[in-house]
Design a protein around this ligand. Sequence first.
Ligand code: TPP
Length: 546
Amino acid sequence: MNRQLLSGDEAVALAALHAGVSLGTGYPGTPSTEILETFFRLGGRAQWAPNEKVAMEVALGAAFAGGRALVTMKHVGLNVAADPLFTAAYTGVSGAMIVLTADDPGMSSSQNEQDNRRYAVAAGLPMVEPSDSQEAYDFFLRAIEISERWGIPVLYRMTTRVCHSKSIVAPHPETAPATRAPHFEHDLPDRVMIPAYARPAHLRLRAKLAEIAVWGETCDLNRQVLGSRALGIVASGISCQHAAEAAPEASMLTLGLTYPLPMELLRGFAASVERCLVLEEGDPVLADALLAAGIPVEAKADVFRFGELDVARVRRILAHDLSPEAKALSGKAPELCPACPYHTVYNTLRKHDCIGSGDIGCYSLGVLPPYQVMDTLVDMGASIGVGLGLRHTLPPDQARRVVSIIGDSTFIHSGITGLVEMIYNPPPTGHVVIVLDNGTTAMTGQQEHPATGRTLEHTRTGQVSIEAVARALGIPSVTVLDPHDDPDGFERLLLERLAASELSVIVARRPCVLAAADIRRWELHATARVLPQLPDGACEPAGAAR
Ligand SMILES: Cc1ncc(C[n+]2csc(CCOP(=O)(O)OP(=O)(O)O)c2C)c(N)n1
């Protein structure tokens, strides 16, 4: 089969296609978004869920039915999906379930740089980590095998560089494990996690992990290359590539299975070299585990825990060089598009010195000059809860200035429960929530969501009405308006709602300027399948790839 130049995300999509993944689901988030978009483009069945928890549950159901399921999300998405994740480790699966977490060390587009390798340990799930696009393809097929052999979800961890860098992939669909027909078997003790069934399920989980650990000692996901005896490097993910470039003479143990760890292999490797360095981006997860097991390895200095590694930083680690690193050149600060519909809203909030309880999306740019009207930003959906907390606690003159600002995709993702809280525990001064509805998930590249009424492939489906949800929950004042067309009307409405000690939702609706033309096209062809654009050199469509 033709070799192709693919990003890690595209390679995973191609492997998912070749593995016969019956359903790909997820919620957009950089750097994972392109996986499902490519999977659909190649002919796979892919859909966006309202949030990561729901996506995880849908994938689990598909895997209970004996299908092969892929669920994708960015690293913080796994926090949202952690509840079903932990218990799915107990239930196990009948088919296969790959939980893909795309981490963002260095925070190129995230609010934190949490290291999701910790989730493998905490949930007790095997973790597979590719270091380039070929491995992203190969290891995905192996992850499906692990998942089906042990009946366990597998965490598939990628990071920004692996997701977005392009390298050559030689696909080999003929080696993909054979698919089985989906089929339901009643199996209450395995899938109903009441305590009486969950206790033995936990024992079963630990037994599976012990078996996988033994298998991991010799499996081909972990590779040893013997070079110089003076230096040995243990690495996983993108660090393997950096190590090969910074110290080509070193002996290398690259780990593709990073949980459970092949402790005996590691012990032997460390003993075979004079200096054994653990090279890892982010937290010292591997180094801590090896040191705790009494394996004499060297961990990187703490300063390299922050941000991405690159070849220059790896050379510093090797040389124990702790001299100050050159500061990265700061580029032009991002700003709202000149014709963005949010300008009017932010102008008004600024003019009236509002206290902005903010959220995550393009509209987060309201935190930067010239507006600086977003006073808090924590996680998706937090604007409403944090806004209510501020209202409950501030003196009334300040409380009346608090406004929650949330995007349409974010509202669907995790804003609705905030409104439920608002109805249930209303602050004495009331509250004002502004939903900035630009008709798309702009931040991550214009994905559809349940309030757009179109599927991942932009065809027509059921549509959730934000204003109807707010009204149905019992919000007494719900208004929809276009802030760009009627800035004075928006200002009057905002001042009136701030003055009233009532609960209000203002839906400020106007399409994102970058998405408006596409939205018109999708609406025109809403019943037809419209293929999304793929970046140059992306993989062939399904027919050609098979
Ligand atoms: C838990 C979680 N999942 C996904 C993301 C990635 N992400 C950031 S904002 C956002 C949604 C933005 O869409 P919307 O709320 O409609 O605002 P817009 O960007 O259109 O202004 C997404 C998916 C995230 N930060 N956290």
